[in-house]
Design a protein around this ligand. Structure first.
Ligand code: SAH
Ligand code: SF4
Length: 352
């Protein structure tokens, strides 16, 4: 499979097949620049080269299990490689840009108690080819160029850091996306946040904070037992300094759980002086057995006001694709009945 190889590797491949190295560069243009799905589309490549490639390789092994289009122009693909392990990606067109949301793992081992993906357990990391393949599959659906990528689909991207970095490198070098337009959202794995900071790339980092209080964050996100609030926010501060990029704190609002004024004030104290945004995300209802509910608009506004009056930059997630279950993990959950396979949190592999 060729998706996932960079230009140098495609040039080696062309040379190995007995063709000039620059044919590899042309191949990269077709695969990444034009999102070609097969060799038949590559019109300026010589027939013998196409035949030699087609006899040995496929461009991509990604198959679509399901394609949903929402009433507000969001496309969601459920993809797999023929092994029954499905993962999802979403195309999000806006007036000024086209963005996409990609998965990094099949399932997720982090076990957050509000998350459909977390409840379904964990299968495996996605390969570089599978990560870049999602982008290309979505680009084929989009008349406009996808300029922004967020890793907020299934999985915890920083548990798959090696493949994530290689995939982002290909998106940067071969597809031509800016690192500044790539967002990695993490549950808060401190060693990996530090590793990413050491790369000194201007990648936008978002932390799923969801509560400034350890006792509540522990309940929502088991990872907090390992890296509590002060520690992980400290790592975000270091990341901000190392990269010069503003960071984002995502804040899922759950009625009467983490949407109190006290917690809004505590967030303001926690992020004081840090160039950052707090992005409010009203809970997308999933039956997690916890009795969680979405707060009223009034409660969301009151929460927002407390933050803003303390000088915090606040954004609110505009909800899209509601009618096709475009929130984290929902469609794949419906498709495979993953809720039946819930695994124990004690199996969560946390590296220190
Ligand atoms: N694992 C990473 C990225 C994938 S989840 C992370 O947790 O950050 C992407 C975002 O969706 C996270 O902020 C996550 O907390 C949020 N999310 C998960 N379940 C949700 C739900 N039911 N409603 C709204 N947002 C949810
Ligand atoms: Fe995994 Fe993110 Fe869902 Fe938590 S919110 S279970 S880290 S995908």
């Amino acid at each position: 499979m060729l998706v996932g190889l960079d230009q140098a590797q495609l040039q080696d491949l062309a040379a190995d097949l007995g063709f000039e190295r620059y044919r590899g560069r042309q191949l990269a243009k077709w695969i990444y620049g034009k999102a070609a799905s097969g060799f038949h589309e590559m019109r300026d490549l010589p027939r013998p080269f196409i035949d030699a490639l087609a006899a040995r390789y496929v461009v991509s092994e990604l198959l679509t299990a399901e394609h949903k289009h929402s009433s507000d122009s969001v496309d969601k693909l459920l993809v797999h490689n023929g092994d029954g392990q499905v993962y999802e990606c979403v195309l999000l067109p806006y007036e000024d840009r086209v963005s996409c949301c990609l998965s990094s793992q099949v399932g997720c081992p982090m076990g957050c108690t509000f998350c459909a993906t977390g409840l379904g357990g964990f299968d495996r990391n996605l390969t570089v080819s599978e990560i870049v393949g999602q982008y290309l599959a979505l680009q084929r659906l989009s008349a406009r160029r996808i300029s922004h990528v967020v890793f907020m689909g299934m999985g915890e991207p920083l548990l798959n850091l090696r493949n994530l970095l290689l995939a982002m490198k290909i998106l940067h070098e071969e597809v031509g996306l800016s690192y500044r337009h790539m967002t990695v959202s993490t549950v808060g794995l401190v060693p990996q946040i530090n590793q990413l900071a050491a790369e000194k790339l201007p990648i936008h980092l978002a932390l799923s904070l969801h509560s400034p209080l350890d006792e509540i964050r522990n309940r929502l996100m088991p990872v907090n037992h390992k890296w509590p609030v002060e520690t992980v926010v400290g790592a975000m501060r270091d990341y901000q300094r190392a990269t010069g990029r503003k960071v984002t704190f995502e804040y899922l609002l759950i009625d009467q759980v983490n949407d109190t004024r006290e917690q809004a004030s505590a967030i303001a104290r926690l992020v004081k002086g840090m160039p950052c945004f707090v992005n409010l995300i009203p809970f997308n209802w999933v039956d997690t057995g916890q009795g969680f509910a979405r707060p009223s608009k009034e409660r969301v506004q009151a929460f927002r006001k407390v933050l803003e009056s303390s000088g915090v930059n606040v954004t609110e997630r505009v909800e899209r694709g509601h009618d096709i279950a475009a929130a984290c993990g929902q469609l794949a959950g419906q498709h495979t009945g993953r809720f039946a396979n819930r695994r124990s949190l004690s199996t969560v592999p946390l590296r220190s």
